[in-house]
Design a protein around this ligand. Sequence first.
Ligand SMILES: NC(=O)c1ccc[n+]([C@@H]2O[C@H](COP(=O)([O-])OP(=O)(O)OC[C@H]3O[C@@H](n4cnc5c(N)ncnc54)[C@H](O)[C@@H]3O)[C@@H](O)[C@H]2O)c1
Length: 283
Amino acid sequence: MLNLEGKIALVTGGGAGMGRAIAEAFGGQGVRVIVAEIDPARAEAVRVALDDAKVDNLVEVVDVRDAGQVAALAGKIADRFGGLDILVNNVGDFMGIVGPFANSTPEQWDILYQVNLKHMFIVTHAMLPLMRKSSADSSRRGGSIINVSSIEGFRGIPGGVVYGAFKAAITGFTQSLAVELGREGIRVNTIAPETTDTEQVQVTNWTNPKYRDHTERWIPLGRFGVPRDAAGCAIFLASDLSAWVTGTTIHMDGGALAAAGWYRTPAGQWTNMPVIADKGLIF
Ligand SMILES: NC(=O)c1ccc[n+]([C@@H]2O[C@H](COP(=O)([O-])OP(=O)(O)OC[C@H]3O[C@@H](n4cnc5c(N)ncnc54)[C@H](O)[C@@H]3O)[C@@H](O)[C@H]2O)c1
C-alpha cells in the first residue's frame, strides 16, 4: 500500500531531529534519499548512516535560504536522478528569538521569515519542474510535498509572535499550492508538531526532573514528541496511503491542540483551571 520503493525524495534539514528521522525512515522503505543540510558535520553523519543502511543517497551541504545554492542542488538532482517524487520542507527554527512582540526588531522578523517560510518558496519553486517531470511520467504519476509547520501555527504563542505568524502562513501556502497542483497529481500537506525532543528543542533535558510528571498529565497521549513520530506522519503523507489527501494538516501533537487548556491534576482529574487544590471545574 505504501508504493514508496524507488521513489526519489528530498528532505531539507535532514541532518538532525525530525528531518533526519524522516530521511532514514524513507530510506528504510526503499526511497532514494537526498538531504540538504546546512551543517557539514550533520550532513556527514546522515550520509554515513544512509550509506551504512545501503540507501541510495545524495547528501549536500546547502543553505536552503540561498536560491543559488538551491538551484545548484536542483541541477545535481536532475543529473543524478532525473526527477523528484517527494519534497519535505522540514527546515524551521525559532532561532532563540523569544520575547514580547513590542521588543522585536525588523532584523529579527527577516531572520525568522528566511528560515521558517521563505526557504519553502525557494525550494518548492526550484524543485517543482523536477516534480512535474516525475508526475508527468505515467509510470511514476503522483508527487507529495510535505511542509513542516508547528502546532504554534494553530494556536497563540506568547513570546513567539513572529515565529507563530510564519508557521501559520505555511497553512495558506499548503492549501493554495495543493489546489494549484491537484490536477497534476502532486499533493501538498503539512505536518504540525507539538514540542518534540530534537537537537533544536531538547525539551526533556530542559525540564527540571521534579516537574517531568507534569508532561504526562498535560499532553493527552502522555509524552512529548520524538522524531520517529514525524517520520510516521511523513511516510503516510508521502505514500499511497494518503493518495486522496491534499491541502490539509496532520496535527502531530499527542492530542495537545484538542485538549487546549485541559490537563489532569496530580490526582488524575481533568481541569481547565489554574492549578488549585479544592476549587474550580474539576471533572
Ligand atoms: N522540535 C520541536 O519541538 C518542534 C515543534 C514544532 C515545530 N517544529 C518544526 O519542525 C521542523 C524540524 O525541527 P527540529 O526540531 O527537528 O529541528 P532541528 O534544528 O533539530 O533540525 C533541523 C535541521 O535543519 C538544519 N538547518 C537549519 N537551517 C538550515 C538551512 N538554512 N538550510 C539547510 N539546513 C538547515 C539544521 O542544521 C538541523 O540539522 C522545523 O520546521 C521546526 O520549526 C519543531
